[in-house]
Design a protein around this ligand. Structure first.
Ligand code: KQY
Length: 368
């Protein structure tokens, strides 16, 4: 049973922990819509399954799947992965799932944000999205976690926290008129502080070039730990990603976090540029109201879009020329974790990557 609470996490002494803190488990939703995933989503399902298996070696994974795909999904995944029937519109549980918050007495609850498919009728990626909108509530029901219903449109991939009071996000996404046009920057900050148990905002400018989410921060940068941010960085000055990354780095170098620390920036190479091939584009069903996939379109590829499991880092393999370097940098940042690359082009083709398709359930904190 999950009750909906009338208070807020901050008022109740709850905070969203950093992803680098210990997890109890991880959720993934199963892809199947053929107007986003090529060839009836079969290649994407293989990629999702590989991600699920890689994470399951670190922490228990639960996969949410439709009734129609239940049998297939159950058959291809290891028996130790839990498979539950939950209806979705697509498979981005980072964005439609709950953001979990914890207190210091063993409590764990979830924040259920409003979801509008990355922009609603003003640039959103599909219509309708009502099944996605109900996913967070269902996950909280399965987890037996009480729910805060946040009165704001927000996707989990559009924020990162350091667990010590700092939130990082991009202006391109959170201040976009297609999310919360009636809220000012200050009102959005206050809302985040209230629902994430935080007190300091670090604003980056734009997200990764051509990112269809309107620049989610999780594709651009993330906290490796408090005071250290990994940032995708294009060295080629003629690449539009270069100016975006340079601006983000400058903002981070000027920033102080909630504890007054300056931020150390670790650059990750920017893969590509990677574009959709004609064959890949032709495998996606054209449907009115869904973002079309076209031959030659640039994909928003980034190594920052990885999942930080309790004992492993699961990162996307995207470009043979720099996969190894990305892995080495991640190993340097997370020496106590096993760093594993998983082929992720099929996930990228759908518009996101490993971080976007995962949602951690943090471990409960007792007297920490
Ligand atoms: O968080 C994400 N990157 C979600 C992308 C949604 C893409 C839908 N085509």
């Amino acid at each position: 049973m999950s009750a909906t609470l009338a208070s807020t996490p901050a008022a109740d002494g709850y905070r969203m922990p950093g992803e680098f803190e210990e997890h109890q488990g991880c959720w993934i939703a199963w892809p199947e819509r053929s107007d986003n995933w090529r060839l009836g989503a079969k290649p994407a399902q293989e990629a999702y399954a590989a991600v699920a298996e890689a994470i399951n070696l670190s922490e228990p994974v639960t996969v949410a799947v439709s009734d129609g795909q239940f049998e297939h999904c159950r058959t291809v995944l290891s028996p130790s992965i839990r498979v539950v029937e939950i209806s979705t519109d697509d498979a981005w549980i980072r964005d439609m799932g709950p953001s979990f918050v914890v207190d210091d007495s063993g409590g764990r609850r979830g924040v259920d944000w409003h979801f509008n498919a990355w922009g609603g009728l003003d640039g959103g990626l599909y219509f309708p999205w009502d099944r996605d909108e109900r996913v967070a509530r269902k996950v909280l029901e399965v987890e037996g976690a009480d729910r805060y219903r946040a009165p704001i449109v927000l996707e989990g991939g559009s924020i990162h926290v350091d667990g010590e009071g700092t939130v990082m996000a991009t202006e391109e996404c959170l201040l976009n008129a297609n999310r919360n046009p009636d809220l000012s920057r200050e009102q959005i900050e206050q809302m985040l502080f209230e629902y994430l148990g935080a007190e300091k905002m670090i604003w980056l400018g734009r997200g990764v070039y051509n990112d269809e989410t309107d620049g989610h921060v999780d594709n651009l940068a993330c906290f490796a730990r408090p005071g250290v941010v990994l940032l995708t960085y294009a060295e080629d000055e003629s690449d539009p990603q270069h100016a975006i990354s340079r601006d983000a780095e400058e903002r981070l170098q000027r920033a102080r976090d909630a504890r007054g620390r300056s931020i150390e920036v670790v650059r990750l190479p920017s893969p590509g540029p990677i574009t959709i091939t004609a064959e890949e584009a032709s495998g996606v069903d054209a449907v009115a109201g869904t973002l079309p996939r076209r031959d030659g379109d640039r994909l928003a590829a980034s190594y920052a879009n990885f999942y930080l499991a309790t004992t492993r880092v699961v990162f996307p393999l995207l470009d043979e020329r720099c996969d190894e370097l990305a892995g080495e940098i991640l190993r340097g940042c997370f020496p106590e974790r096993e760093v594993i690359g998983v082929p992720a082009r099929e996930i990228l083709l759908g518009g996101g990557n490993i971080h976007c398709i995962t949602q951690q359930v943090p471990a409960r904190r007792d007297g920490v």
